[in-house]
Design a protein around this ligand. Structure first.
Ligand code: ADP
Ligand code: ADP
Ligand code: ZN
Length: 235
């Protein structure tokens, strides 16, 4: 395993932690963690608005490829429909290209990446994260959140009863029609949660070891969570 993830009591890890705390002043390179349905996309929009940095959602990038009918999109879709992770070769390349763009130079919010140890390893060769915001939600709430989720093409996310739009089926932000994601069906959701537990959750301990991960109680209202996250990131 790479040095970034060795025990924190080793001297070179302390150096890495120090480097990260220096970075906070200059840039805001954030990853949002949490199981499917935790509220990552919802919270990302508040961070975008407050700090004026772009949200990079690998799920959104993949869905754009699926919609465009590219070869990459066709391959990705086979995995997404099953609730499995899309292979690293596709996702890492896509992420790397996006981070190189000019709007990312002072910071960004990663939403849905990294999702496995191999992706975290690849990320550390691309960029050093300053903060990992981990949204913790009781598993019993997640299926309801995901199956009731409704999306807009503009990126806004609603819930049929937990966070309803003002007018049913219509986006509050842009007036677009809301739709349900293909993979937000209950059968697929259960597999996505299983994949999260086995492949993504181990990253929580890894980034805790590096000293940059903070847990946020995601079982509260959207506003309570966002005010907590925004005040933490403002420090
Ligand atoms: P993720 O990006 O982590 O998969 P989303 O931000 O899309 O999660 O949220 C999943 C669903 O739960 C959406 O329908 C959203 O409106 C709703 N939601 C988000 N945060 C909360 C919250 N704190 N309480 C209740 N519902 C929420
Ligand atoms: P959620 O917000 O519910 O967690 P996402 O929109 O982030 O879902 O991801 C939807 C699907 O896209 C995932 O189930 C997976 O198939 C694929 N995907 C997104 N990000 C990644 C990633 N970093 N690595 C592999 N697959 C990914
Ligand atoms: Zn919209």
């Amino acid at each position: 395993m790479a040095s970034l993830f060795l025990c924190t009591d080793q001297p070179h890890d302390l150096a890495i932690t120090f480097l990260n705390s220096q970075n906070i002043r200059g840039t805001m390179k954030i990853a949002l963690f949490g199981p499917p349905g935790a509220g990552k996309g919802t919270q990302a929009r508040y961070i975008v608005e407050k700090f004026n940095i772009p949200q990079i959602s690998t799920g959104d990038l993949l869905r754009a490829q699926v919609r465009a009918g590219t070869d990459l999109g066709k391959t990705a879709r086979e995995y997404m429909d099953k609730g499995a992770l899309v292979p690293d070769g596709i996702v890492i390349g896509m992420l790397e290209e996006r981070i190189k763009e000019d709007d990312c130079k002072d910071g960004f919010i990663l939403d849905g990446f990294p999702r496995s140890i191999s992706q975290a390893e690849a990320l550390k060769d691309i960029v050093t994260l300053d903060e990992v915001v981990n949204i913790v939600v009781d598993e019993s709430a997640l299926v309801r959140r995901i199956t009731g989720r409704r999306m807009c093409k503009c990126g806004a996310t609603f819930h049929i009863d937990l966070n309803p739009p003002k007018k049913e089926g219509t986006c509050d932000q842009c007036g677009g029609s809301l739709y349900q994601r293909d993979d937000d069906r209950e059968e697929t959701v259960l597999n996505r949660l299983k994949v999260y537990r086995s492949q993504t959750q181990p990253l929580v301990e890894l980034y805790k070891g590096v000293g940059i991960l903070k847990d946020f109680d995601g079982n509260r209202s959207i506003d309570e969570i966002s005010s907590d996250i925004l005040s933490y990131l403002s420090k």
